[in-house]
Design a protein around this ligand. Structure first.
Ligand SMILES: [Zn+2]
Length: 286
């Protein structure tokens, strides 16, 4: 277990290959993650400055600590004369969010430019030529979904592997399609959910990086109570970690009752029976 942190107010970050994952998360306070290289943000917390300049904002659900920053980000972008960002959200929250912005426009006597896009699970939303986002269903107290970022990677078709570079070039000049495009799940973010989301999401389990809600870490909150709030207790997670093929797993959305140092020790204790190789992939996001 390790803790990677940069001395930045309001957010922490870690690197994964050519991506930076920057964010913050505490249950009931605020959750927001961003990948600067892709210009993408997932959940908005209170609308914090480190995400204003991104282009794509994906919202998991309508709880205030995840979505409350929406009007403020729209206002800051307008104030700084930035193009309206794209805000992706479930159909259940779009009309209410539009009304909130309309009411604020009336209060301020100013019309805000913005773009809301309804998302549906198993539909792909392109964010660049090489990456797209696919929502997946989660199980929370209100309608919710998580998001996986996929990278399109070109690879030589299996039937041509083993050929020399020259032979491949000849085939290509003959018009043969020598490459195939793989869709690699590089990053997944669950938002808030019960453990059942794992039963239906194979892509999430294969995601290189997984940001996984795990709010409760000990007996101070029972599994039943965690489930009642639509959240995950580490006791439910430990027996299911072996299903995850992810290379880097970050537990997040900790209850405010845990101090960070204490939380590290609770996670270590809960995971002590897991194989070392798996344990080394599990981190705690501050
Ligand atoms: Zn929630």
């Amino acid at each position: 277990m390790e803790f990677t942190s940069q001395p930045e107010i309001f957010s922490h970050k870690f690197e994964w290959k050519d991506l930076t994952i920057q964010g913050l998360s505490r249950a009931g306070t605020g959750t927001c993650f961003a990948i600067p290289q892709l210009g993408v943000c997932m959940d908005l917390a209170q609308g914090l400055p480190f995400v204003y300049h991104y282009s794509h904002f994906f919202i998991t659900h309508a709880h205030m600590d995840h979505a409350g920053g929406l009007p403020y980000i729209i206002s800051q972008r307008s104030l700084n004369q930035m193009a309206p960002g794209s805000f992706y959200m479930g159909a259940e929250m779009r009309p209410a969010m539009e009304r909130i912005i309309e009411e604020w426009e009336k209060l301020e006597g100013f019309k805000y430019p913005y773009k809301f896009i309804e998302v549906h699970t198993d539909t792909d939303y392109p964010i660049s030529n090489t990456h797209f986002v696919r929502p997946f269903p989660t199980v929370h107290r209100v309608p919710s979904r998580g998001y996986t970022v996929f990278q399109k990677r070109k690879k030589l078709r299996p039937e041509f592997r083993g050929l020399s570079q020259k032979e491949i070039q000849v085939l290509a000049t003959q018009g043969k399609s020598v490459q195939e495009t793989l869709e690699v799940p590089v990053f997944s973010f669950t938002g808030d959910t019960k453990i059942e989301f794992l039963d239906v999401n194979e892509d999430v389990k294969k995601s290189e990086v997984l940001i996984l809600e795990c709010t409760y870490l000990d007996e101070r909150k029972s599994v039943e109570s965690a489930r009642e709030w639509g959240l995950i207790h580490i006791k439910e997670l430990v027996p299911r970690f072996t299903e995850l093929e992810c290379q880097s797993i970050w537990l997040t959305h900790l209850s405010r009752r845990y101090k960070f140092k204490e939380a590290i020790s609770l996670v270590q204790t809960a995971c002590k029976a897991l194989p070392e190789e798996l344990r080394n992939k599990i981190h705690l996001f501050p």
